[in-house]
Design a protein around this ligand. Sequence first.
Ligand code: AP5
Length: 222
Amino acid sequence: MKLILLGPPGAGKGTHAKKLSDTYGIVHISTGDIFRANLKNGTELGLRAKAYMEAGALVPDELTVDLVLDRLTWPDCEKGYILDGFPRNPAQAEALTKALEAKGEEIDYALNLMVDDDVIVRRMAGRRVCSVCGASYHVTGAPTKVPGICDRCGGPVVQRADDAPETVLTRLAVYHEQTEPIVAYYRALGKEVQIDAAQPMDRVFADLTAFLGEEGFHGGND
Ligand code: AP5
Protein backbone atom coordinates (compact mmCIF):
# COMPACT_ATOMS: atom_id res chain seq x y z
CA MET A 1 0.00 0.00 0.00
CA LYS A 2 1.44 3.33 -1.09
CA LEU A 3 -0.09 6.34 0.61
CA ILE A 4 0.42 10.09 0.51
CA LEU A 5 -0.78 12.25 3.37
CA LEU A 6 -1.78 15.68 2.08
CA GLY A 7 -2.80 18.68 4.15
CA PRO A 8 -1.60 22.00 5.51
CA PRO A 9 1.08 22.32 8.18
CA GLY A 10 -0.40 21.08 11.44
CA ALA A 11 -3.18 19.07 9.78
CA GLY A 12 -1.99 15.98 11.65
CA LYS A 13 0.04 14.32 8.88
CA GLY A 14 2.89 13.30 11.18
CA THR A 15 0.58 12.21 14.00
CA HIS A 16 -1.55 9.98 11.79
CA ALA A 17 1.30 8.74 9.59
CA LYS A 18 2.98 7.26 12.68
CA LYS A 19 -0.23 5.55 13.77
CA LEU A 20 -0.96 4.24 10.26
CA SER A 21 2.62 2.96 10.06
CA ASP A 22 2.13 1.02 13.32
CA THR A 23 -1.31 -0.24 12.29
CA TYR A 24 -0.46 -1.41 8.78
CA GLY A 25 3.23 -2.21 9.21
CA ILE A 26 4.44 0.06 6.42
CA VAL A 27 7.23 2.59 6.66
CA HIS A 28 6.56 6.28 7.41
CA ILE A 29 8.70 8.65 5.33
CA SER A 30 8.59 12.29 6.42
CA THR A 31 10.69 14.76 4.46
CA GLY A 32 10.40 17.22 7.35
CA ASP A 33 11.81 14.60 9.75
CA ILE A 34 14.63 13.77 7.30
CA PHE A 35 15.59 17.44 7.00
CA ARG A 36 15.36 17.98 10.78
CA ALA A 37 17.57 14.93 11.45
CA ASN A 38 20.14 16.25 8.97
CA LEU A 39 19.98 19.66 10.59
CA LYS A 40 20.54 18.14 14.03
CA ASN A 41 23.48 16.08 12.75
CA GLY A 42 25.02 19.07 10.97
CA THR A 43 25.15 17.40 7.56
CA GLU A 44 25.63 19.30 4.30
CA LEU A 45 21.97 18.66 3.44
CA GLY A 46 20.84 19.96 6.84
CA LEU A 47 22.94 23.10 6.50
CA ARG A 48 21.53 23.77 3.04
CA ALA A 49 17.92 23.17 4.15
CA LYS A 50 18.20 25.20 7.38
CA ALA A 51 17.45 28.71 6.13
CA TYR A 52 14.46 27.59 4.04
CA MET A 53 12.92 25.65 6.93
CA GLU A 54 13.42 28.43 9.44
CA ALA A 55 11.76 30.89 7.06
CA GLY A 56 8.83 28.52 6.47
CA ALA A 57 9.73 28.19 2.77
CA LEU A 58 10.07 25.00 0.75
CA VAL A 59 13.50 23.43 0.48
CA PRO A 60 14.47 23.51 -3.25
CA ASP A 61 13.38 20.54 -5.35
CA GLU A 62 16.97 19.65 -6.26
CA LEU A 63 17.63 18.86 -2.58
CA THR A 64 14.35 17.03 -2.09
CA VAL A 65 13.18 14.99 -5.08
CA ASP A 66 16.18 12.67 -5.57
CA LEU A 67 16.43 12.19 -1.83
CA VAL A 68 12.87 10.85 -1.65
CA LEU A 69 13.00 8.84 -4.87
CA ASP A 70 16.17 7.15 -3.58
CA ARG A 71 14.53 6.50 -0.19
CA LEU A 72 11.69 4.67 -1.98
CA THR A 73 14.20 2.12 -3.34
CA TRP A 74 15.18 0.92 0.15
CA PRO A 75 14.07 -2.65 1.01
CA ASP A 76 11.73 -1.43 3.78
CA CYS A 77 9.55 0.20 1.10
CA GLU A 78 8.76 -3.09 -0.63
CA LYS A 79 5.56 -3.57 1.41
CA GLY A 80 4.56 0.03 0.81
CA TYR A 81 4.98 3.37 2.53
CA ILE A 82 3.30 6.49 3.84
CA LEU A 83 4.67 9.74 2.42
CA ASP A 84 4.29 12.68 4.83
CA GLY A 85 5.30 16.10 3.49
CA PHE A 86 6.11 14.90 -0.03
CA PRO A 87 5.12 15.73 -2.70
CA ARG A 88 4.69 19.39 -1.85
CA ASN A 89 4.41 21.12 -5.21
CA PRO A 90 3.38 20.11 -8.75
CA ALA A 91 6.97 19.40 -9.86
CA GLN A 92 7.48 16.96 -6.96
CA ALA A 93 4.14 15.27 -7.69
CA GLU A 94 5.04 14.82 -11.37
CA ALA A 95 8.49 13.48 -10.47
CA LEU A 96 6.93 10.92 -8.12
CA THR A 97 4.33 9.82 -10.66
CA LYS A 98 6.99 9.38 -13.35
CA ALA A 99 9.36 7.46 -11.07
CA LEU A 100 6.57 5.09 -10.03
CA GLU A 101 5.31 4.68 -13.60
CA ALA A 102 8.82 3.64 -14.66
CA LYS A 103 8.47 0.71 -12.23
CA GLY A 104 4.87 -0.06 -13.26
CA GLU A 105 3.61 1.27 -9.92
CA GLU A 106 1.29 3.99 -8.68
CA ILE A 107 0.15 5.61 -5.47
CA ASP A 108 -2.94 3.95 -3.99
CA TYR A 109 -4.41 6.96 -2.20
CA ALA A 110 -3.67 10.60 -1.45
CA LEU A 111 -5.35 11.09 1.93
CA ASN A 112 -6.24 14.77 2.17
CA LEU A 113 -6.40 15.95 5.80
CA MET A 114 -8.63 19.02 5.54
CA VAL A 115 -8.50 21.70 8.26
CA ASP A 116 -9.21 25.45 8.17
CA ASP A 117 -6.36 27.90 8.76
CA ASP A 118 -7.73 29.28 12.06
CA VAL A 119 -7.72 25.78 13.59
CA ILE A 120 -4.16 25.27 12.33
CA VAL A 121 -2.91 28.46 13.94
CA ARG A 122 -4.32 27.37 17.32
CA ARG A 123 -2.88 23.87 17.00
CA MET A 124 0.60 24.97 16.07
CA ALA A 125 0.79 27.40 18.99
CA GLY A 126 0.38 24.42 21.32
CA ARG A 127 2.48 21.82 19.51
CA ARG A 128 5.55 20.51 21.32
CA VAL A 129 8.00 17.94 19.97
CA CYS A 130 10.61 15.73 21.60
CA SER A 131 14.05 17.03 20.69
CA VAL A 132 15.43 13.46 20.87
CA CYS A 133 12.90 11.11 19.20
CA GLY A 134 10.60 13.65 17.46
CA ALA A 135 7.37 12.49 19.14
CA SER A 136 4.67 15.15 18.81
CA TYR A 137 2.46 16.49 21.61
CA HIS A 138 0.04 19.34 22.23
CA VAL A 139 0.02 21.34 25.47
CA THR A 140 -3.73 20.87 25.94
CA GLY A 141 -4.88 18.33 23.31
CA ALA A 142 -2.19 15.67 23.73
CA PRO A 143 0.05 16.62 26.67
CA THR A 144 3.04 14.68 27.96
CA LYS A 145 2.41 12.79 31.21
CA VAL A 146 5.23 14.72 32.92
CA PRO A 147 5.41 18.36 31.76
CA GLY A 148 8.30 18.95 29.36
CA ILE A 149 9.39 15.28 29.27
CA CYS A 150 8.74 12.91 26.35
CA ASP A 151 6.52 9.93 27.29
CA ARG A 152 8.30 7.74 24.77
CA CYS A 153 12.01 8.36 25.41
CA GLY A 154 12.31 10.79 28.34
CA GLY A 155 13.89 13.49 26.17
CA PRO A 156 13.16 17.21 26.55
CA VAL A 157 10.02 18.42 24.78
CA VAL A 158 10.32 21.79 23.01
CA GLN A 159 8.56 24.07 20.53
CA ARG A 160 9.71 23.64 16.93
CA ALA A 161 11.57 26.72 15.62
CA ASP A 162 9.22 26.97 12.64
CA ASP A 163 6.13 26.96 14.91
CA ALA A 164 6.67 30.63 15.83
CA PRO A 165 3.33 32.35 14.99
CA GLU A 166 4.69 34.50 12.14
CA THR A 167 6.43 31.50 10.55
CA VAL A 168 3.23 29.45 10.78
CA LEU A 169 1.44 32.16 8.75
CA THR A 170 4.20 32.00 6.13
CA ARG A 171 3.96 28.19 6.00
CA LEU A 172 0.20 28.40 5.50
CA ALA A 173 0.65 30.92 2.68
CA VAL A 174 3.27 28.63 1.06
CA TYR A 175 0.88 25.70 1.45
CA HIS A 176 -2.00 27.50 -0.30
CA GLU A 177 0.20 28.82 -3.08
CA GLN A 178 2.50 25.88 -3.81
CA THR A 179 1.10 22.70 -2.25
CA GLU A 180 -2.68 23.01 -2.55
CA PRO A 181 -2.56 22.70 -6.37
CA ILE A 182 -1.47 19.07 -6.00
CA VAL A 183 -4.77 18.25 -4.27
CA ALA A 184 -6.46 18.90 -7.63
CA TYR A 185 -3.73 16.85 -9.33
CA TYR A 186 -4.50 13.76 -7.22
CA ARG A 187 -8.25 14.40 -7.50
CA ALA A 188 -7.92 14.32 -11.29
CA LEU A 189 -6.07 10.99 -10.99
CA GLY A 190 -8.94 9.64 -8.85
CA LYS A 191 -6.62 9.21 -5.86
CA GLU A 192 -7.80 11.94 -3.47
CA VAL A 193 -9.64 10.84 -0.31
CA GLN A 194 -11.07 13.71 1.74
CA ILE A 195 -10.79 13.40 5.52
CA ASP A 196 -12.23 15.95 7.97
CA ALA A 197 -9.11 16.52 10.07
CA ALA A 198 -10.69 19.24 12.23
CA GLN A 199 -12.32 16.47 14.27
CA PRO A 200 -10.73 15.11 17.45
CA MET A 201 -7.65 13.00 16.72
CA ASP A 202 -9.33 9.66 17.45
CA ARG A 203 -12.18 10.45 15.04
CA VAL A 204 -9.73 11.41 12.31
CA PHE A 205 -7.80 8.17 12.76
CA ALA A 206 -11.05 6.16 12.84
CA ASP A 207 -12.07 7.72 9.51
CA LEU A 208 -8.68 6.89 8.00
CA THR A 209 -8.77 3.25 9.08
CA ALA A 210 -12.44 2.90 8.15
CA PHE A 211 -11.50 3.96 4.65
CA LEU A 212 -8.35 1.87 4.36
CA GLY A 213 -9.91 -1.23 5.89
CA GLU A 214 -8.40 -3.95 8.03
CA GLU A 215 -5.95 -5.13 5.42
CA GLY A 216 -4.97 -1.65 4.44
CA PHE A 217 -6.82 -1.64 1.17
CA HIS A 218 -10.18 0.02 0.70
CA GLY A 219 -12.72 -2.57 -0.35
CA GLY A 220 -10.18 -5.35 0.14
CA ASN A 221 -8.29 -4.78 -3.13
CA ASP A 222 -4.82 -6.19 -3.35
P1 AP5 B 1 7.11 19.26 7.74
O1 AP5 B 1 7.78 18.70 8.91
O2 AP5 B 1 6.57 18.36 6.68
O3 AP5 B 1 5.99 20.25 8.28
P2 AP5 B 1 4.48 20.52 7.80
O4 AP5 B 1 3.96 19.94 6.58
O5 AP5 B 1 4.45 21.99 7.87
O6 AP5 B 1 3.70 19.73 8.78
P3 AP5 B 1 3.86 19.66 10.30
O7 AP5 B 1 4.88 18.64 10.68
O8 AP5 B 1 4.04 21.05 10.86
O9 AP5 B 1 2.39 19.25 10.73
P4 AP5 B 1 1.64 17.85 10.61
O10 AP5 B 1 0.60 17.93 9.54
O11 AP5 B 1 2.61 16.72 10.56
O12 AP5 B 1 0.87 17.90 12.00
P5 AP5 B 1 1.16 17.14 13.37
O13 AP5 B 1 0.75 15.73 13.26
O14 AP5 B 1 2.53 17.43 13.88
O15 AP5 B 1 8.08 20.30 6.98
C1 AP5 B 1 8.83 21.24 7.68
C2 AP5 B 1 9.66 22.04 6.68
O16 AP5 B 1 10.55 21.16 5.95
C3 AP5 B 1 8.85 22.76 5.57
O17 AP5 B 1 8.35 24.01 5.99
C4 AP5 B 1 9.90 22.86 4.46
O18 AP5 B 1 10.79 23.90 4.72
C5 AP5 B 1 10.65 21.54 4.58
N1 AP5 B 1 10.09 20.48 3.73
C6 AP5 B 1 9.53 19.30 4.16
N2 AP5 B 1 9.15 18.55 3.12
C7 AP5 B 1 9.46 19.27 1.99
C8 AP5 B 1 9.28 19.02 0.58
N3 AP5 B 1 8.69 17.90 0.12
N4 AP5 B 1 9.72 19.97 -0.28
C9 AP5 B 1 10.31 21.09 0.16
N5 AP5 B 1 10.49 21.39 1.48
C10 AP5 B 1 10.07 20.48 2.38
O19 AP5 B 1 0.08 17.89 14.30
C11 AP5 B 1 0.26 19.25 14.64
C12 AP5 B 1 -0.23 19.49 16.08
O20 AP5 B 1 -1.63 19.37 16.13
C13 AP5 B 1 0.32 18.49 17.10
O21 AP5 B 1 0.54 19.17 18.31
C14 AP5 B 1 -0.80 17.47 17.25
O22 AP5 B 1 -0.79 16.87 18.53
C15 AP5 B 1 -2.03 18.33 17.01
N6 AP5 B 1 -3.13 17.64 16.34
C16 AP5 B 1 -3.04 16.85 15.23
N7 AP5 B 1 -4.26 16.41 14.87
C17 AP5 B 1 -5.14 16.95 15.76
C18 AP5 B 1 -6.56 16.88 15.92
N8 AP5 B 1 -7.33 16.19 15.08
N9 AP5 B 1 -7.12 17.57 16.94
C19 AP5 B 1 -6.36 18.31 17.81
N10 AP5 B 1 -5.00 18.41 17.71
C20 AP5 B 1 -4.41 17.74 16.70
